[in-house]
Design a protein around this ligand. Structure first.
Ligand SMILES: [Cu+2]
Length: 155
């Protein structure tokens, strides 16, 4: 039902001269060891394009998830990835991935992680639904601890 309602809103907007205004876009650059900008704010219900660019010299991961009260320090890396993938912001959303990525990981149909080699970039196209404050992080060994994380807010 929600999907149908959003489609109607978008289809309506497409017929107006300001159709482009209904979209939102942001570029997130990845480097050692940070996401720039370190906070992304999106509006729920509006089609979004998030462009990821690895400007670093090593590969980086992009994950967005509901951290909740999960304590990551000292957790086994494989267990941590499974936990965070299960909490992915993109669960239940249709996400188109366009561009070159070393790895695009999905659980079923749901996007859970994108890994970019140096110089690679992808565009993620989706319509955010769930509102709240989430975390984006790179969980390659040592990266998150070195500060490679940020805020993902949907209003
Ligand atoms: Cu990284």
């Amino acid at each position: 039902m929600l999907t149908a309602a959003l489609f109607v809103i978008w289809a309506g907007a497409a017929g107006t001269p300001q159709a482009g205004a209904a979209r939102q876009g942001v570029e997130v650059r990845m480097k050692e060891f940070a996401f720039v900008p370190s906070a992304v704010t999106l509006k729920a219900g509006v089609p979004a394009e998030v462009r990821l660019v690895n400007r670093g010299v090593v590969e980086h991961e992009f994950m967005v998830y509901d951290l909740g009260h999960l304590h990551l320090a000292g957790m086994d890396p494989q267990k941590m990835h499974r936990e965070l993938e299960a909490r992915s912001y993109f669960r239940g959303l249709v996400v188109q991935v366009e561009g070159k990525a070393k790895m695009v990981e999905r659980m079923g149909k749901d996007l859970v992680m994108v890994t970019l080699a140096p110089g690679e970039q992808v565009a993620l196209r989706f319509t955010p639904v769930k509102k709240g404050s989430f975390e984006m992080g790179c969980h390659l060994p040592g990266h998150y601890e070195a500060g490679m994380k940020g805020k993902w807010v949907v209003r």
